[in-house]
Design a protein around this ligand. Structure first.
Ligand SMILES: [Zn+2]
Length: 169
């Protein structure tokens, strides 16, 4: 953080419109349970973040409403590692660099994917186990082993989700 007098960069405070705030209030699932997240009942982006008017706004709105001032050059991270979470106590305003580090740490630990609780390692293992119809363990057996549904296994082996893992985009 530069305090130098030559630094003329104006930091812009994040502001939301009353309409955006209302969308947040309509979709967030409040609860007082200690340690529990505030879930999101609305739409999410492809990467699993709450979506308001097409963008990741919910955590930022929550932060500015309940925690304090936020600048445009800051990112809000979820310390609970639940992307859907909007609980102010679980949110932290950080620099872009720090947010990137937080995200990388999350990927190493096996990231929450919104739709499933699987870790990347499990997904890779499922893809290795399933060799195709009538070759090796069936999708149903793999589903049972991992504790997920056969539909989820089917999606994983058909690359419908977790596509980012094999680097093909
Ligand atoms: Zn949380």
């Amino acid at each position: 953080m530069s305090e130098g007098t030559s630094d003329l960069t104006q930091r812009v405070e994040v502001k939301f419109t009353p309409k955006q705030e209302q969308k947040f209030l309509d979709r967030v699932v409040f609860n007082d349970i200690s340690g529990a997240c505030w879930d999101w009942s609305g739409a999410t982006t492809k990467d699993g973040h709450p979506r308001i008017e097409g963008r990741h706004r919910a955590a930022r709105i929550s932060y500015t409403r309940y925690v304090g001032m936020l600048y445009e050059d800051q990112r809000v991270i979820h310390t609970c590692r639940n992307k859907r979470c909007c609980k102010p106590q679980h949110l932290k305003a950080v620099s872009v660099a720090e947010a990137a580090r937080h995200s990388a740490e999350g990927r190493l630990a096996g990231e929450h994917h919104g739709r499933s609780k699987l870790t990347e390692a499990q997904v890779q293992a499922i893809r290795q186990l399933y060799k195709g119809r009538n070759k090796g363990p069936s999708q149903a057996l793999i589903a049972q082993m991992v504790g997920i549904t056969q539909t989820q296994v089917s999606k994983i082996v058909r690359n419908e989700c977790w596509r980012h893992l094999d680097g093909k985009g």
